[in-house]
Write a protein that binds this ligand. Structure first.
Ligand SMILES: Nc1nc2c(ncn2[C@@H]2O[C@H](COP(=O)(O)OP(=O)(O)OP(=O)(O)O)[C@@H](O)[C@H]2O)c(=O)[nH]1
Ligand SMILES: [Zn+2]
Length: 240
């Protein structure tokens, strides 16, 4: 993208909040939201309803299939453009829409539990934004309460929400970490993700055995002892 103009400090209503962002306007006059951990989205990303998006994507996917020479009158293929469109908008990319952000149940830390809480082995599926093929992995999330505790399932739901976008693993990791900091009102958050990218294993270099590890450590988790404690918990092998 060739940048033509940058507008700073534009306010957007993201997750129900007003955010300060930068918007780049390219040579074609298209707007691109640019913040470091934000998914790059056009400012008119939600001008179309979900149903309108499904109808448009269906047409585009039909064109792809036609171009590949597939016979769209075939009984098994004819519903595919609609299936793919519905899957994109309502399932695998539904996390693009802030309206689908899960509700965060927060409670008072009345037990004064001041050690770390680790939610580990959160399995997720995402899709690589470079090839649009799956990423599958496990996220491990930890925080230390600053007065609030969060419903456990909300940690899983938050991972799922950000995973349901075209992603790179670095950004996915940071989006989860930063949102948790915001929700919990603390910097003391850690996220580790170990994931397999099908763009690396099923095509391209075709490496079946490698996986990718990314980490977000902030607040007390920058301390080596805390980090080591967190990583030690990830090694526990408990059969349930
Ligand atoms: N940093 C990062 N890279 C990723 C991620 N997912 C996929 N990639 C890489 O994105 C790169 C895209 O490289 P390109 O050379 O443009 O694409 P390509 O020709 O399909 O490359 P190959 O995958 O090597 O065949 C590849 O190296 C992918 O492995 C991710 O989450 N993070
Ligand atoms: Zn890829």
């Amino acid at each position: 993208m060739k940048q033509k103009e940058t507008l700073s400090n534009i306010q957007l209503n993201g997750d129900g909040k007003i955010e300060m962002i930068d918007v780049l306007i390219d040579e074609m006059g298209d707007n691109h939201v640019m913040t470091s951990v934000e998914t790059p989205m056009r400012t008119d990303a939600f001008a179309l309803s979900d149903d309108e998006k499904i109808a448009a994507i269906e047409k585009h996917f039909e064109a792809i299939m036609n171009t590949l020479g597939l016979d769209l009158t075939d009984d098994s293929l004819k519903g595919t453009p609609h299936r793919v469109a519905k899957m994109y908008v309502k399932e695998i990319f539904q996390g693009l829409n802030p309206a689908n952000m899960p509700k965060m149940a927060l409670f008072e830390n009345k037990y004064k539990y001041n050690e770390m809480l680790v939610e580990k082995n959160i399995s997720f599926y995402s899709n690589c934004e470079h090839h649009f093929v799956p990423i599958m992995g496990r996220a491990h999330v930890a925080y230390i309460s600053n007065g609030k505790v969060i419903g456990l399932s909300k940690l899983n739901r938050l991972v799922e929400y950000f995973a349901k976008r075209p992603q790179v693993q670095e950004r996915l990791t940071m989006q989860i970490g930063k949102k948790l900091q915001e929700v919990l009102g603390t910097n003391d958050v850690a996220v580790v993700i170990d994931a397999k990218h099908l763009c690396v294993s099923s095509r391209g270099v075709k490496d079946e055995s490698s996986s990718t590890v990314t980490a977000f450590y902030n607040g007390v988790f920058k301390d080596e002892a805390r980090k080591a404690e967190f990583l030690k918990y990830l090694e526990f092998k408990t059969e349930f």
